[in-house]
Design a protein around this ligand. Structure first.
Ligand SMILES: [Zn+2]
Ligand SMILES: [Zn+2]
Ligand SMILES: [Zn+2]
Length: 215
C-alpha cells in the first residue's frame, strides 16, 4: 500500500472571508506538538493541528460561528484517506477539507456552493441568474467575500435594526448589497465593487440599519 505523506488543506478564513489552501506534510507534524495553518491572505491562524498518540486533533476557526471546533482523526487511517472533511456542528457548513490537492479543492468548492445556497435562503439571489450582468470576475470575488462576511455578521446577531426587529433581509444587486428591515424600512447599502469596499467590510464588526457612515 502506498501512503501519501503529503496532504492539501483548504478552508475559508473567518477574518477576511477568503479561501486558503496549503500543502502540509507528515514531517511538519513530527517532533513539534502543534502545527498552525494561517490564512494565505491575511495571516490569521485558522487551523491548528496537534498530535496526540495515534490521533490527530484538528481545531478549526469556523467561518460561520467564529468559534473553534475540534475534530479528531486516527492517524494511520487519516494519511491513507483520499479526502477527509469536517463540518461545523452548529450550522452544518463545511469548514475544512484535507486530502490530495484535487479532491480537497473540489470539496472546498462544493462547500462554497453550498454556502451560497444557504445565503440564497437569506433572500440573496446570487451570481447564477445574473451572471451576464456582472461587471467582471473581480467584482464577483469582492461580492462573494462581502456576502460571506455579511452572512457571518447576521448569523452572530451583528446586523441589527434600531427598531429591534429581526426580520432583516438582504438583496444582492450588481454593485452593492442592500440590507433592509422588513418591519420599519430602515436600510443600509454596502458597496461591493472595489478592493476598498472589501477592506472596509472586513473592518466592520457590526451593522446598524439606518445609520449612514459614508455620505
Ligand atoms: Zn484571512
Ligand atoms: Zn461553526
Ligand atoms: Zn427596523
Amino acid at each position: 500500500m502506498v501512503i501519501n505523506h503529503e496532504k492539501y488543506i483548504t478552508f475559508r478564513c473567518p477574518t477576511c472571508g477568503l479561501g486558503s489552501g496549503k500543502q502540509m506534510s507528515i514531517f511538519e507534524l513530527s517532533g513539534k506538538g502543534e502545527l498552525e495553518v494561517k490564512c494565505e491572505h491575511c495571516g490569521s491562524v485558522c487551523v491548528r493541528i496537534a498530535r496526540k498518540a495515534d490521533k490527530l486533533l484538528f481545531s478549526v476557526l469556523c467561518v460561520a460561528c467564529m468559534e473553534w471546533h475540534s475534530f479528531t482523526a486516527n492517524q494511520k487511517f487519516f494519511w491513507g484517506q483520499k479526502l477527509t472533511s469536517y463540518r461545523c456542528p452548529v450550522t452544518g457548513f463545511g469548514i475544512l477539507c484535507i486530502g490530495d490537492e484535487e479532491s480537497a479543492k473540489k470539496e472546498q468548492s462544493a462547500f462554497d456552493d453550498e454556502m451560497m445556497d444557504i445565503l440564497g435562503e437569506l433572500e440573496a439571489d446570487f451570481i447564477a441568474e445574473q451572471d451576464d450582468e456582472y461587471p467582471g470576475p473581480d467584482n464577483e470575488r469582492v461580492m462573494f467575500a462581502i456576502v460571506d462576511k455579511l452572512y457571518l455578521l447576521s448569523k452572530t446577531d451583528r446586523v441589527n435594526c434600531p427598531c429591534g426587529s429581526h426580520e432583516i433581509l438582504f438583496d444582492i444587486l450588481n454593485d452593492r448589497v442592500h440590507i433592509f428591515c422588513e418591519a420599519c424600512g430602515r436600510d443600509a447599502q454596502i458597496m461591493a465593487m472595489t478592493e476598498e469596499d472589501l477592506e472596509k467590510m472586513m473592518e466592520t464588526d457590526e451593522i446598524l440599519l439606518g445609520v449612514t457612515e459614508d455620505e
